[in-house]
Write a protein that binds this ligand. Structure first.
Ligand code: AMP
Ligand code: GLY
Length: 430
């Protein structure tokens, strides 16, 4: 089987890596890819935003399957263009990807489908802001949640107890011509669950947890994600089934009923609140860096799953096999991320990290005269696996610390609490 993967980040490297370990191994191509992906696939110099170039490349290669990684080309209509040209595509149409591209539309779909989510108000003008904030948080007793309506690479959301800061963020989005969604604050732990759909049927992957804030202790600004782990030993039994029943299936059915079948990954970002399960956000693709840990644990072959979804032939009773191992990833970010990022700094120590037993996913790297250098905010995603979360976490951290990148930073508490709780629970049962 020949597969073309579109994208250049950590998610696409993780997808490529997992596809490469299918048996029989598919022939892999990527566009544009990155230096990590290039070790596993033939990379083609076509930008993520170059839809014409992507169609030309697919026409030339005639892959059995095209997998679209990032949201930007999906929202821009890459899947539509490729399908029109006769290709088999894993990734939603532009119309379906609006689920990620517009938080206000996602709210509308959830309301129509009866999917539990935070109460919200969409605001289009600065004059409506104060009344909107009063409506979603009348007692001003919990943090304000202000979201840019459009795509923002995970950085459009501000959660703050400071009303002035909420207003400042909202005004910045509004004066730039966007809308904001003001939301009720959701307490409780977050879970990311990827649901593969062929437009009507849904097959869930394993749940993961992402760490959105830049700094240890969930301090600092929101980022695209600074680390993740899977499985979630603390998650209630039946969580995945509950998400399927209350969230994924009704959403997929609502979209299908509107003539907008969703083919790809419906990423359900969830909060397990004191009042029950709520959707925080939908994305129209695999999450980054959760993909790095989820696919590291997937024991079933990946290519047939994605191909079946792309063909509209997913078997709902598909039972995927999962490794008993835990996986933890730590993201190594460049100086200044998420506010700015620094590129062009040499990266050292990847081999040392891998000799420790971890694997290193490239997220924002480039080759400059045969030297591997940073090329973005999130530079590497270091994945450790082990018998439990503590083993996986310790390995991921040790390996991250073996890597040299001037000015870089990473969190040291990814999966810490879950690992500690898991060990305590094991001691009780031992
Ligand atoms: P989003 O881009 O919508 O996933 O938001 C990014 C992050 O902001 C989420 O992962 C949460 O940590 C936080 N967040 C978003 N919406 C809410 C909410 N309604 N209540 C509490 N935290 C939220
Ligand atoms: N890790 C969050 C996201 O992929 O949107």
């Amino acid at each position: 089987m020949k597969i073309l993967i579109l994208g250049s980040g950590g998610r696409e490297h993780a997808i490529t890596r997992r596809l490469a370990s299918d048996s029989p191994a598919p022939e892999l191509h990527a566009a544009p890819g990155n230096p990590g992906i290039a070790q596993l696939a033939t990379c083609h110099d076509v930008a993520v935003t170059d839809l014409d170039g992507q169609v030309r490349l697919a026409d030339e290669l005639q892959p059995d399957l095209v997998v679209i990684g990032p949201e930007a080309p999906l929202v821009a209509g890459a899947a539509d263009r490729l399908r029109e040209a006769g290709h088999t595509v894993f990734g939603p149409s532009a119309a379906a990807a609006v689920l990620e591209g517009s938080k206000s539309w996602a709210k509308e779909i959830m309301a129509a489908a009866g999917v539990p989510t935070a109460a919200s108000v969409t605001v289009a003008a600065v004059e409506e802001l104060a009344a909107g904030l009063d409506r979603v948080n009348p007692l001003a007793d919990v943090p304000y949640v202000v979201k840019a309506d459009g795509l923002a690479a995970g950085k459009g959301v501000v959660v703050t107890e400071d009303r002035d800061a909420a207003i400042t963020h909202a005004e910045a989005v509004l004066t730039a011509g966007g809308q904001v969604v003001l939301e009720e604050f959701l307490d409780g732990p977050e879970v990311s669950l990827f649901c593969v759909s062929d437009g009507t049927r849904v097959v869930p992957l394993a749940p993961a947890q992402d760490f959105k804030r830049a700094l240890d202790g969930d301090q600092g600004p929101n980022t695209g994600g600074m680390g993740a782990y899977s499985p979630l030993p603390w998650a209630p039994d039946g969580l995945v089934e509950e998400v399927l029943q209350k969230v994924a299936r009704p959403t997929i059915a609502e979209l299908a009923g509107r003539g907008i079948p969703f083919v790809g990954v419906l990423y359900c970002g969830l909060a397990l609140t004191s009042r029950g399960l709520r959707v925080i956000e939908f994305n129209a693709r695999f999450g980054d860096p959760e993909t790095q840990v989820v696919l590291a644990r997937l024991a079933s072959p990946l290519a047939p799953l994605l191909l079946a979804a792309a063909r509209g032939e997913l078997a709902e009773e598909t039972q995927l096999d999962w490794s008993e191992d835990s996986a933890v990833t730590v993201v190594l970010a460049s100086a200044g991320y998420p506010v700015t990022s620094r590129s062009g700094d040499p990266i050292t120590g990847i081999e040392d990290a891998e000799q420790l037993g971890a694997h290193v996913i490239h997220a924002g790297t480039a080759l400059a005269d045969a030297t591997l250098v940073s090329a973005g905010g999130r530079v590497l995603s270091v994945v450790g696996t082990g018998a439990d979360l503590e083993a996986a976490r310790a390995l991921a951290l040790r390996a991250t610390e073996a890597i040299g990148l001037e000015g870089s930073h990473h969190r040291s508490d990814i999966a810490l609490r879950a690992a500690t709780d898991e060990q305590a629970a094991n001691e009780v049962t031992a």
